[in-house]
Design a protein around this ligand. Structure first.
Ligand code: SF4
Length: 404
């Protein structure tokens, strides 16, 4: 089944260009997600983690909250509601009081700088181990959306998600999930799929069902940052990966309403509604703004902020204490990064039949797998987009050929 109109050699997608004039900047954003890294530290040492400084107990000063939100609220890219996602290393490691004070300061910055009516929502992505009643109270007081990282049952999760002394973390994460459930706080989970998961679709599905986990996203183990080789980056793994996802989706379809899988939900919405993408939040400037504990900021994939590369240096574009978001668009570094990023998206638009369901992928995967943003297919996009699309379209074709 064809995904989008296509000639023999060329997709019908317009090539995108850009410039950093005031009119050009109006096409950047709007900011959708502000990823704040209150600490680089993590209480776990997962072996597939990309973060280089997860052992360091750096912490964001509360004095940075005012400049961060001054820059956000006065930016030309602030043109809709935003979600603040507290993320990476383990965001709960900085304690409940940090968040109470930070959120009070964000409210103060809204009063001082926010001229538009757009709302600020909060979310957190945690390994769940520190969640107790005080955290649940905070989540409820401030209406947090909570995401918990868990890879399935203990025999899979504990292979990779371990403490610095090598102990499994499954029990601690499940205790955190039990606290959320006791407080009736809705949450989603993100499960990393490594080679060790691929034979266990039924076990992972049943584990989620048995523990009342309804909202699941799969992240592929990626080659990224200090994790230099994913266990999935081998051509002979793809068939096993496909079989895993196919089986998981069959199980999902066989029990309607029990579990929703983020990847399939997004794809089905695009396919069934006829919507097509021309970009993603990860490859369009200032849809995502990521800020570390020192106030350094970047855009595109949040994963870029904490790492550096031979080709571009680090991906820090500025610091909230001296630079506005728009001002960094004039820098050589931004122009080199975005020039390559856009070249890669345009190549994808020209060469890839999945482009309308992908939007040209994530630059970090391209860089870490190919050494540049100016390229197309990666293992990550094969797994995240192409294989899943083939599964959905095959299912659709079968159901049209054999209506029940
Ligand atoms: S990133 Fe991969 S799937 Fe997406 S458009 Fe480019 S080549 Fe296609």
């Amino acid at each position: 089944m064809a995904i989008a109109p296509r000639t023999e050699t060329t997709n019908h997608w317009a090539t995108q260009s850009w410039n950093c004039s005031p009119e050009g900047l109006e096409t950047f954003g709007p900011i959708n997600l502000v990823v704040l890294q209150p600490t680089s530290y993590c209480n776990l040492n997962c072996d597939y983690c990309y973060l280089p400084d997860r052992h360091l107990k750096n912490q964001m000063s509360l004095d940075l909250i005012e400049p961060i939100f001054r820059q956000i609220f006065t930016s030309p890219f602030f043109r809709k509601d935003i979600t603040v996602c507290w993320h990476a290393g383990e965001p709960l490691a900085v304690g409940v009081d940090f968040y109470e004070q930070a959120i009070a300061q964000i409210h103060q910055a809204e009063v001082e700088y926010k001229e538009q009516p757009y709302a600020v929502h909060h979310s957190v992505q945690t390994n769940g181990i520190l969640i107790n009643q005080a955290w649940c109270d905070l989540f409820q007081r401030h209406n947090f959306h909570v995401g918990v990282s868990i890879d399935g049952p203990a025999f899979i999760h504990d292979l990779h998600r371990q403490t610095p002394t090598g102990k499994g973390s499954h029990q601690g994460t499940m205790a955190g999930i039990a606290q959320l459930q006791k407080n009736q706080i809705p949450f989603n989970v993100i499960a990393v799929i490594s080679q060790d998961s691929l034979d266990y679709a039924d076990e992972i599905f049943n584990f989620f069902v048995e523990h009342g986990i309804r909202d699941v996203g799969f992240n592929m183990e990626e080659t990224e940052g200090v994790h230099s080789q994913s266990s999935l980056d081998h051509a002979d793994i793809e068939e096993r990966y496909r079989a895993f996802m196919e089986r998981f989706w069959q199980l999902t379809l066989a029990s309607p309403g029990v579990i929703q899988v983020r990847e399939f939900e997004i794809l089905c919405r695009l396919i069934y509604h006829g919507d097509r993408l021309t970009q993603t939040d990860m490859n369009h400037p200032f849809v995502i703004v990521s800020i570390d504990h020192q106030g350094n900021f970047s855009t595109f994939d949040p994963e870029l902020l904490a790492v550096s590369s031979d080709r571009y240096g680090d991906f820090t574009l500025g610091n909230v204490q001296r630079d506005s978001l728009a001002s960094v668009c004039q820098t050589e570094k931004f122009q080199a990064i975005y020039g390559d990023m856009l070249a890669g998206v345009n190549q994808c638009a020209r060469d890839c039949q999945y482009f309308g369901l992908c939007g040209g992928g994530a630059g970090s995967n391209k860089y870490w797998e190919k050494g540049t943003f100016a390229c197309t297919e990666t293992y990550a996009c094969r797994y995240r987009v192409q294989v899943l699309t083939d599964i959905v379209l095959e299912h659709l074709e079968n159901s049209l050929a054999h209506p029940s």
